[in-house]
Design a protein around this ligand. Structure first.
Ligand SMILES: Cc1ncc(COP(=O)(O)O)c(C=O)c1O
Length: 379
């Protein structure tokens, strides 16, 4: 028997009470009961986004809201900056390309964080730049970009907005949208929101809404102006993913009960324990200087096939972790601790790491990683 468990940075485990909430009969979305529910969801999302702006909810994966952020704020021929430090940074470029938006890439070695001064220099030399696109947590490498520092640079420029893909950062690390002056913040349901995939979220600052007014790129489903008008009536323009929205209300209640500060502290501790455990086992982290608290990317040691390592986690212990993408295929494993995770989940993953590595012939002192993790988790 193998109990399958998600240790991937999306999809992530869904709490039992969220699953149960979603198991009820499907209500009608034009019913007052749905509007009451959506009112609570709106407030809960504003709490997690730390914003007074409206948070739009779409029935799509996170990429849908990313696409919406491009086609609602820009016009054909606009120039933008794209931070490319991994697969999801590349995605910003691909979306811009699809819409005829010309972008200057700021390429960052995978696993590193972008240097904000490079962004500042680019904005100084290219004053026509309309937007800076970046990830908060680059899930393909486990690195965190310095969003506050970038925001401090961008907010001084009236003609430029900062668009943050916070799909694997929101609800993990403190990212106060209003306080830091972030213009567009995006997330998705299958990450820290502890839901199945299928919902994307996006919030815009007043400055970004000004860009929406001038945007001429084509849009239909992801029409932010139409959508916000519906949201303000506790509705959505089209049929919402009703059951997921019901689950979202329950997940947002969990955020409120734990308190955002405690949610951040929990993620920080679990992430630190995972990193310390890997290091204690003599393994190298891919992003040691600026690690995301959503996941830990660990380099496969010399002579160990990363793909096999990932597969053995699942085949031997039922733990579904993630491997490397694109240029990192076979070279890293990614262990997630985003959303519905608690201390002993980490012990389980670290123990599996020790056992799998030992089985693959890598010299491991059993219990060394577990001990290092426990030293963090005990305090
Ligand atoms: C940082 C980041 N951006 C974008 C995406 C794409 O989101 P989706 O697969 O929900 O479209 C992901 C998903 O893993 C992500 O982690």
């Amino acid at each position: 028997m193998l109990k399958k468990q998600l240790f991937s940075p999306g999809p992530t485990p869904v709490p039992e009470r969220v699953l149960l909430a979603m198991a009820g009969p499907v209500m009608h979305h034009r019913d007052p009961a749905y509007e009451e529910l959506f009112q609570e969801v709106r407030e809960g999302l504003q709490y997690v986004f730390q914003t007074k702006s409206e948070v739009l909810v779409f029935a799509s994966s996170g990429t849908g809201a990313m696409e919406g952020a491009v086609c609602n704020t820009l016009s054909r021929g606009d120039e933008v900056l794209v931070v490319r430090g991994g697969k999801f940074g590349e995605r910003w470029g691909e979306i811009c390309e699809a819409y005829g938006v010309s972008f200057t890439p700021i390429d960052v070695p995978w696993g590193k964080a972008v240097d904000p001064l490079v962004i500042e220099k680019a904005l100084d030399t290219q004053p026509a730049i309309k937007a800076v696109f970046v990830q908060a947590s680059e899930t393909s490498t486990g690195a965190m970009h310095p969003i506050k520092d970038i925001a401090d640079i961008v907010k001084k420029r009236d003609g430029t907005i900062l668009v943050v893909d916070a799909i694997s950062a929101l609800g993990v690390s403190d990212l106060p949208m209003d306080q830091w002056g972030l213009d567009v913040v995006i997330s998705g349901s299958q990450k820290a929101f502890m839901l199945p995939p299928g919902l994307s979220f996006v919030a815009l600052s007043a400055k970004a809404w000004g860009f929406v007014e001038k945007s001429t790129l084509p849009k239909f489903y992801f029409n932010f102006k139409e959508e916000v008008a519906s949201v303000q009536k506790n509705q959505s323009q089209f049929t919402p993913a009703i059951s997921l929205v019901v689950g979202l209300r329950e997940a947002l209640r969990m955020f409120k009960e734990e308190g955002l500060e405690n949610v951040f502290k929990r993620h920080e501790k679990l992430a630190r324990a995972t990193r310390e455990a890997a290091t204690a086992l003599g393994l190298e982290l891919l992003a040691p200087e600026s690690p995301s608290n959503a996941l830990t990317a660990i380099k496969a040691p010399e002579g160990v096939d990363g793909k096999k390592l990932k597969k053995n986690f699942e085949d031997k212990f039922g733990l579904i972790i993630a491997g490397g993408q694109s240029q990192l295929k076979g070279k890293i494993i990614r262990i997630a601790h985003i959303g519905y995770f608690q201390p002993l989940d980490i012990i389980q993953a670290v123990s599996a790491l020790e056992l799998v590595l030992k089985d693959m012939g890598y010299p491991v002192e059993l219990g060394k990683g577990v001990k290092a993790a426990e030293e963090i988790l005990v305090s």
